[in-house]
Design a protein around this ligand. Structure first.
Ligand code: AP5
Ligand code: MG
Length: 215
């Protein structure tokens, strides 16, 4: 099964993608997590990406598309995957459609996790992230068992550099301009599924499973 998670920054794409990946035993591929791992490792790719990410802007398509297409050609992707944070622009979506067509396949579902902007800023300020394994928590809605320590790998949790309220607002603007048009793109392709992302995390997950199981 090949899935795309669509939704605004903070809509819960990463939270749900992790649960989907576990249930269906497919890799969770987050372009944001790949960039953050590269920033942590101080790679050339990471240094390039950081300047854009810290300003709430998108990393240029020339960097992002090649990186993602390389990843989905790896052996563990043969049985499907859940893409989180890619595509984010129409050129990214077109490149993905073309690459998959060349492999004789296509996306099964694009799931739009719908959350209004008003809910987003409060979610982001309470988020804590593990830069080691990509797990995400929330101080109120999904706290770790031990304060500031990742349940999965035991590393310290951080407030992401781009989760400051000013940067979140910029990310929302960028989302509306460049990423929201993908909802129509995948609607036209006949694979769009909408889920109400304002429900609690478990109910959002059950809604997604229902959508996936219904076909
Ligand atoms: P990325 O890491 O993808 O960030 P994003 O899209 O802004 O999304 P987030 O990770 O902030 O939110 P999410 O939807 O995953 O929400 P989460 O589950 O964490 O990208 C970061 C940057 O990298 C971009 O700005 C860009 O610069 C660059 N980049 C990445 N991909 C790119 C691409 N393809 N092209 C170009 N540039 C790219 O949840 C948020 C919080 O809410 C958490 O604290 C969580 O615990 C909580 N929460 C989740 N669900 C619920 C719920 N149902 N109820 C209450 N709280 C909830
Ligand atoms: Mg995320």
């Amino acid at each position: 099964m090949k899935l795309i998670m669509l939704g605004a920054p903070g809509a819960g794409k990463g939270t749900q993608a992790k649960k989907i990946a576990e249930k269906y035993q497919i890799p969770h591929i987050s372009t944001g997590d790949i960039f953050r791992a590269n920033i942590k490792g101080q790679t050339e790719l990471g240094m390039k990406a950081k300047s854009f990410m810290d300003q709430g802007m998108l990393v240029p398509d020339e960097i992002t598309i090649g990186m993602l297409l390389d990843r989905i050609h790896e052996a563990d992707c043969a049985g499907g995957y859940v893409l989180d944070g890619f595509p984010r622009t129409i050129p990214q979506a077109e490149s993905l459609t073309k690459a998959l067509a060349e492999m004789g396949t296509g996306i099964d579902y694009a799931i739009n996790v719908d959350v209004p902007d008003d809910n987003i800023v409060s979610r982001m300020s309470g988020r804590r992230a593990c830069l080691n394994c990509g797990a995400t928590y929330h101080v109120a809605f999904n706290p770790p068992k031990t304060e500031n320590v990742c349940n999965t790998c035991g590393q310290s949790l951080v407030l992401r550099d781009d989760d400051k309220p000013e940067t979140v607002k910029k990310r929302l603007d960028v989302y509306h301009q460049q990423t929201q048009p993908l909802i129509d793109y995948y609607k036209k392709a006949g694979v769009l599924k909408e889920v109400d992302g304002t429900q609690n995390m478990e109910d959002v997950f059950q809604s997604i499973i229902k959508v996936l199981g219904a076909e």
